[in-house]
Design a protein around this ligand. Structure first.
Ligand SMILES: [Fe+2]
Length: 232
């Protein structure tokens, strides 16, 4: 079998492990740093989630998980990725954005929903970074990226039996019309909490997400918009 080096230094046809993939390692280190050092804003619930996510991510990294990453797959919203990454440059998320930029050619962008509303096809996609199906394979937690075009409404949905947090990497968003989140902010959604996201008018938004929960739930959870999904 032939394999070829890529810009990220691994051979596409050969599965490898995290310890041999410095760029993926740095990316996870940047996630870990944000969860370990970010403020919980005085919330015991959020502090517990951040500690849980940090411990699970550290455990996943220590296990030197497989990394299976070949050519990425883009969706229309990826035209906004450059702008979203550069938009993080003055914030605490700058290092994470740079790390994302270095592995971007391997990201597989997906909608994740069986039925994607027309309004989202050009404006939304997510890419998994670590989880049961990879590219970094682990059953301990899921994490990845969500990219939104400017002026997007991501309809109401919830996640049963999963704790979700978003760290805003770039841009400004509002969840459930309850405030405005700037880069570096964390948004927490406990299991079952309905949430709807809107993004600012003239800038794209890149969020990182973390899901914690039972391995089986992480493996099988299906994304679904709520019935009568509201828009903000
Ligand atoms: Fe969500």
């Amino acid at each position: 079998m032939t394999s070829r080096p890529t810009k990220t230094g691994f051979e596409e046809s050969s599965p490898t492990t995290l310890s041999k993939q410095p760029l993926w390692q740095y990316l996870l280190q940047d996630y870990l740093q944000l969860y370990r050092t970010g403020s919980a804003g005085g919330s015991r619930l959020i502090r517990a989630h951040m500690a849980d996510a940090s411990a699970l991510l550290a455990k996943a990294m220590e296990e030197d998980p497989p990394v299976v990453a070949g050519a990425g797959e883009a969706l229309p919203v990826c035209v906004h990725l450059d702008r979203a990454l550069s938009g993080a440059s003055n914030y605490v998320t700058a290092s994470l954005a740079r790390s994302v930029g270095l592995i971007r050619e391997h990201l597989v962008w997906r909608y994740g929903y069986d039925e994607v509303p027309d309004g989202l096809r050009l404006n939304f996609a997510f890419a998994e970074i670590l989880g049961p199906v990879g590219p970094i394979r682990s059953d301990h937690l899921k994490l990845g990226l969500v990219l939104f075009a400017p002026s997007t409404t991501y309809p109401t949905h919830s996640h049963e039996d999963i704790c979700e947090s978003y760290i805003n990497i770039s841009g400004h968003v509002s969840e459930n019309d309850t405030g405005v989140s700037a880069p570096g902010s964390l948004i927490f959604n406990p299991p079952g909490q309905q949430h709807c996201i809107t993004t600012a008018d003239r800038e794209p938004c890149l969020l990182s997400y973390v899901w914690t929960g039972a391995s089986e739930t992480l493996r099988t959870h299906k994304l679904r918009f709520s019935e009568n999904a509201g828009t903000a």
